[in-house]
Design a protein. Structure first.
Length: 214
C-alpha cells in the first residue's frame, strides 16, 4: 500500500519509533534512510551541527523552508522551550501530509504550523496573517535555486532583525552558489561555514550560517 518512499518512511516510524519521543523518531528515520532507501533529510551529522546552532540561538520564532518529511522540524522543535512558534513551508502536498503525521507522532504538533504552498506566496503573509514580528531563526532547505531570492524576500518583508540566524543546508551538494556569494558579499550578514557530509553518504557537504547585521 505504501506507494511512495515518503509513505514508507512514515510507516517505518509509526511501526518502530516511540509515540511522543522525538529522538526515537529521528533515530528511526535515519535508520530507514541509511539502511533501506536514501532520502533528503538533513541527517545526523549535519543534524548535530543544526542542533548546536539552534541551542546557541535559543529562538522563539522559527521559520523552515522545505519541510519534506518533517525530520528537521522534529529535530529543531525537540530542543525548543514551550510557547515558541515554528512555521514550516512545504510546496508538495504529499510531503506536507507525511510531515504532519510524523510531527504529530513525535508529539510536537502544538508548536508547529505546516504551511502548504510556495515560499514566495507565504513569506509575505507571515506578518499580517500569521502575526509574526521578526524571525529569530530560519532553516533553509528547499529548492536550492530559491535560497537567494527567498533570503532577499525575507529582508524585503522586514522579517529579519539584528542577530537573526539564517542556516542553510546543502551549500556544497546540490549547492547554492548564488546564495553563498550573496550572503558572503552583500555586507548584511556575518557568515560561518560548517563542513560536514551529505546525509547517509560519504560525500562532502556543508551548512552555512548567515547572521543578519540589522
Ligand atoms: C523535490 N524537492 C523538494 N524539496 C527539495 C529540496 N531539497 C533538495 O533538493 C535536497 C537535495 C539533496 C540531494 C539530492 C540528490 C543528490 F544526489 C544529492 C543531494 C539533498 C538535500 O539535503 C536536499 O535538501 C527537493
Ligand atoms: Mg537538505
Amino acid at each position: 500500500l505504501c506507494q511512495t518512499k515518503e509513505q514508507r518512511i512514515l510507516d517505518f516510524v509509526l511501526k518502530n519509533a516511540v509515540r511522543g519521543d522525538p529522538q526515537s523518531v529521528i533515530d528511526n528515520i535515519d535508520k530507514y534512510c541509511s539502511q533501506r532507501e536514501w532520502s533528503m533529510n538533513v541527517g545526523n551529522e549535519k543534524g548535530i551541527i543544526l542542533d548546536n546552532v539552534v541551542k546557541e540561538s535559543n529562538p522563539s520564532t522559527i521559520l523552515e523552508l522545505g519541510t519534506y518529511c518533517g525530520y528537521s522540524a522534529v529535530r529543531i522543535c525537540r530542543l525548543l522551550k514551550p510557547g515558541v512558534r515554528f512555521f514550516t513551508v512545504e510546496f508538495n502536498p504529499a510531503y506536507a501530509a507525511v510531515a504532519k503525521q510524523i510531527i504529530e507522532f513525535a508529539g510536537l504538533i502544538d508548536k508547529v504550523q505546516v504551511l502548504e504552498g510556495s515560499t514566495g506566496d507565504i513569506i509575505p503573509q507571515l506578518k499580517k496573517k500569521y502575526e509574526v514580528d521578526t524571525l529569530d531563526f530560519v532553516f533553509v532547505d528547499h529548492w536550492k535555486d530559491k535560497y537567494k531570492p527567498d533570503t532577499q524576500l525575507l529582508e524585503k518583508c522586514n522579517l529579519l532583525r539584528k542577530g537573526s540566524v539564517v542556516l542553510a543546508d546543502n551549500v556544497i551538494v546540490p549547492g547554492a552558489p548564488d546564495f553563498l556569494e550573496y550572503v558572503r558579499n552583500c555586507g548584511k550578514y556575518d557568515c560561518t561555514n560548517f563542513p560536514s557530509f551529505l546525509e547517509y553518504m560519504d560525500e562532502k557537504d556543508a551548512l552555512e550560517k548567515a547572521v543578519f547585521r540589522g
